[in-house]
Design a protein around this ligand. Structure first.
Ligand SMILES: Nc1ncnc2c1ncn2[C@@H]1O[C@H](COP(=O)(O)OP(=O)(O)O)[C@@H](O)[C@H]1O
Ligand SMILES: [Mg+2]
Length: 454
């Protein structure tokens, strides 16, 4: 078959940028023309004038389509197709010149990466992350935040947007992961096209071999859900009433700490992105003194984007205050907003004000989400949360100290308060130097409500 024929058969595929353009225009059209309800495949097919099979190919970005098909999709949403919006796929494994025999192909393994679906906002977060990784060559970057805040989604979006800067991309979900020796062995095998037979025996040796690859080639590794191997606070780890286990690893998984430490400390040209609900101790220790190690606290979505989630999931109201109240209550947490939308649709036909009139508080999966965080806390940490929850306003350190049980020593209070901010369970406002005020700590409304009802 000649080359031209082959090309025609492969067609073109949307780039992440083109895909996002189309998704955003579609979401906007849904907001404006379809009461915020997502178009069904049939409705899209009717609107664009293409059959649903072809549309699936366009949106799934796995199989090429004609460029005229993309033109048609874009035109249906009043968009112009730019050359940066699509590319001609290379057959998987096509050779890049200049690479060694061991890694000689553009390769990726997205593992269990969540599918990149509708994604709103986060432009500031993404540009900060890109700056760290591309401009500053950070080697270890952590995305930290409460469950459901969108850490994994940001990591997928980031990886897809910067994938062409790397020779190799690997996504690993750490939950249910094996012992660190097997984990690294799996990575090394992937690097070496399954040809790696002579693996070093020790953990140290395996990490060194991994770093050797990361030095020779620019690779992007994502370790998702790191908190699943971090220790919760069970009674055996409480020392003098304080649990000093935050960011430490569960028994048998300590080697992952060594792995992160070496990846952050040692020179290489790759980047490892970690997502976690809690800050692994290596990130805390290395960040700051070492520009190659960074972390980003992922907070709730701003109101405009959070509202799109509610509307996109079939919730509506005539009053902007209704949206605002629901968004503030759930702290802009995208998962909580999606979960609550389902209930609002099921029980209140999507009517936000009807739902809010019931003062529903914390329920269902949102309670389970918070249970997951709270069950891991030490006694002093729980005391601080209780104290802040009975005090609706934010409290400074001095105010907290005067209100908290005298059984909790000053050092316990300081350590626990720091660990709660690292666990992303309390927020703080630090005044600018010129204001000379004190830092104040507070809970998001949903966390306060949850703590009060426990
Ligand atoms: N920026 C966003 N726009 C739209 N939906 C989002 C966004 N961020 C997260 N979500 C949705 O919220 C849910 C939780 O996101 P996820 O990335 O899994 O959170 P985390 O990793 O912090 O626990 C997912 O269903 C995801 O689709
Ligand atoms: Mg996640």
């Amino acid at each position: 078959m000649n080359l031209q024929k082959q090309r025609r058969k492969r067609g073109v595929i949307l780039t992440p940028q083109g895909w996002q353009k189309l998704q955003t225009a579609k979401a906007e059209a849904e907001d404006c023309e379809n009461d915020g309800i997502r178009y069904s495949l049939e409705a899209l097919s009717f609107r664009i004038g293409l059959d649903s099979d072809t549309l699936c190919k366009v949106f799934n970005r796995q199989i090429g389509v004609d460029r005229s098909t993309l033109n048609r999709c874009f035109a249906a949403f009043k968009l112009l197709l730019d050359p940066q919006d699509y590319y001609r796929p290379q057959p998987e494994g096509e050779t890049i010149t200049g690479l060694s025999e061991n890694i000689r192909k553009i390769r990726w393994d997205w593992g269990e990466a969540p599918e990149s679906g509708v994604f709103y906002g986060r432009t500031e977060e993404l540009s900060k992350l890109k700056h760290w990784i591309i401009e500053e060559h950070s080697r270890l970057v952590a995305l930290l935040g409460m469950g459901g805040m969108g850490k994994s989604c940001i990591a997928v979006k980031l990886a897809r947007e910067i994938q062409d800067r790397f020779e190799l991309i690997i996504w690993r979900s750490i939950s249910g992961c094996s012992a660190v020796n097997d984990f690294i062995a799996g990575l090394l095998k992937f690097f070496a096209n399954d040809e790696e037979t002579n693996l070093p025996e020790t953990l140290d040796g395996k990490i060194s071999r991994l770093i050797q690859y990361l030095r020779e080639h620019r690779c992007l590794l994502v370790f998702d859900n790191m908190e699943t191997i971090l220790k919760g606070c069970d009674a055996s780890y409480r020392k003098n009433g304080f649990c000093n286990c935050l960011g430490h690893y569960c028994e048998g998984y300590e080697g992952y700490g060594e792995l992160l430490k070496r990846l952050g400390e040692t020179l290489h040209q790759s980047c490892v992105v970690v997502t976690s609900r809690e800050k692994p101790q290596e990130i805390g220790l290395l960040e700051g003194e070492n520009l190659a190690v960074r972390y980003l606290q992922v907070k709730g979505l701003p109101a405009a984007e959070a509202q799109k989630i509610l509307m996109g999931n079939g919730c509506f109201s005539d009053s902007p205050t209704d949206y605002q109240q629901v968004i503030e209550f759930y702290g802009g947490n995208p998962l909580a907003l999606k979960l609550v939308s389902r209930t609002i649709q099921n029980l209140f036909a999507g009517n936000l004000s009807e739902f809010f009139k019931q003062k529903p508080g914390v329920f269902g999966h949102i309670r389970e989400l918070l249970d997951g965080h709270f069950d891991r806390l030490s006694h002093p940490e729980k005391e601080i949360i209780n104290c802040l929850s009975s005090n609706c306003q934010a409290a400074s350190f001095t105010e907290l100290r005067s209100q908290i049980s005298p059984n909790i020593s000053l050092s316990n209070l300081m350590e626990s308060l720091e660990s709660l901010t690292d666990r992303c369970l309390i927020d703080k406002d630090t005044p600018k130097f010129i204001e000379k005020g004190a830092t104040v700590f507070y809970l998001q409304p949903v966390v306060r409500e949850y703590a009060m009802s426990r």
